[in-house]
Design a protein around this ligand. Sequence first.
Ligand code: HEM
Length: 499
Amino acid sequence: MEYTVIQLLWSSASVLFMYYLIDLLSIRKHTGHPLIGNSWKIAPRLKLNFDFFWDGTRLLQEGYQKARYKSGTFQLVRNQGNIVILPASLLEELSVLPSNVASPHGALEHDLLGSYTGLNLILESRIHHSIVQRKLTPRLSLLTPALEAELRFALQESFPKLQHDNWAEFQPYQIFGKISARLTALFRTIVILRILPQWVHPLVSVLLPSFWRGRHYLQQGKDVLEPKIRELIQEDHTSTPDSFDPETSNVLYWLTESAKGADRDPDTIAHIEVLLALASVHTTLLRMVNVLYDITASGHDLVEELRDEVQTVFNSEEAWANPGSYDRLYKLDSVLRESQRMSPPTTLGMKRLFKEDFTFSSGLHMSKGTYVCMPIFAIENDPANTSNPEQFDGLRNYRARCSVQVNKRGDASADGKEYLFSSPGKTVLNFGYGKSACPGRFFASLIIKMLFVKLLTEYDFQFLPGRGRPSNLMAHEFLFSWPWEKMVVRRRGKTVPVP
Ligand code: HEM
């Protein structure tokens, strides 16, 4: 009996040792790209993954600084496999590679642990991208009045008992994220699973409450949406592109209308609708919370400057009736972009999975199956690209935009558009770059501005006594705001008449 136990222990130890050796070999699989953060040469993947989880931003900065003067690439280790970080000089070439060579969705599915979170559907369908690009964005001005009404209602519900001059505690994340709170359960599953080795995912995922909550919300979403989708499929409607109809101007309607072939199925359409909410809600919520923190931390002068801008732009009933007025809030737009520079949803971007071998024009070779990305936070916050990067300067982009207009007066194309929140640039990659850049960025820009027009004109905000700007939390490359952080708010006495 004792002999059997010892034998069992030896066998288990041998299996673990073999696993460790194989793992160690696989860690060094992309020769030619230096491993960053690997002070201990025989560190197991679990430790290297944990280092990245805990200290990712610093490791990426370190790799970026070292790589700039060497081959330009470096490598980090995750449980899901190694990632190769490419230099910014390859941006143009990478961004035009077709998805059968370097797939953004292959990388995203890999990243978000698709099979455990239900996000693998993005690989099978492209409809979520085209809906936002072709149906939502062209209709933004038609949708603006309805969005304003929705926002007014939501704010009334959230801050119901505020009196002028009475400060009240509130939780920005909870209020801004009422609708999104349920879906963040999917994100929690991703973060927890990514700490653990890949082979334990099938077991651990089913033990995570967030996994079941995510599944439950996905199922709940589907249960609510499916009967309506079935009805829409049967009725075979077409929406009117140039007028707003509260019944038909919505994503569900557009999805049903556009879905063809295998996509034209209630389960698939409902799944896509829920995933779209996930793509949009978490990212916009993070921006709303962080812009409020950044504006409050900047102090009275910035707040007043933004209020003056709102007053100047929305100076008449016609201005309020014109959805394009939000596009003229250049100072607020600048704050949004600056806030996203300092606290982006992720510090890595331009993620691609190579589907076949490929050699860049520089001679850099990528073998099939290589996961690549760019250190977008490190690139944007390099002093060579942004002066005083550690300082939040809300009007930085506004001034840059104005100076382009002044210096290139007479050149109609020099409108400084490249400094707008929704404009990706070679060193500003938070929305991606090129043809696969986020199609929802114009919508995000509009709704965040709408919210801040209301907040700035109708409310005053402060941090709790003795507290400064709340810090964000980082896990791997992802940024999170503490959901229960509190601030104080009061209703303003004198307000711009907001409809
Ligand atoms: C501040 C808010 C947002 C940020 C920072 C953001 C960021 C991103 C990024 C980095 C990508 C990947 C681009 C690439 O592969 O190069 C992306 C894709 C996408 N985003 Fe956004 N996004 C935001 C808001 C939204 C909103 C509001 C919507 C929907 C209305 C949306 C819908 C999408 C869709 C459909 C994709 C494409 C996914 C795919 O191709 O599979 N996003 N976004």
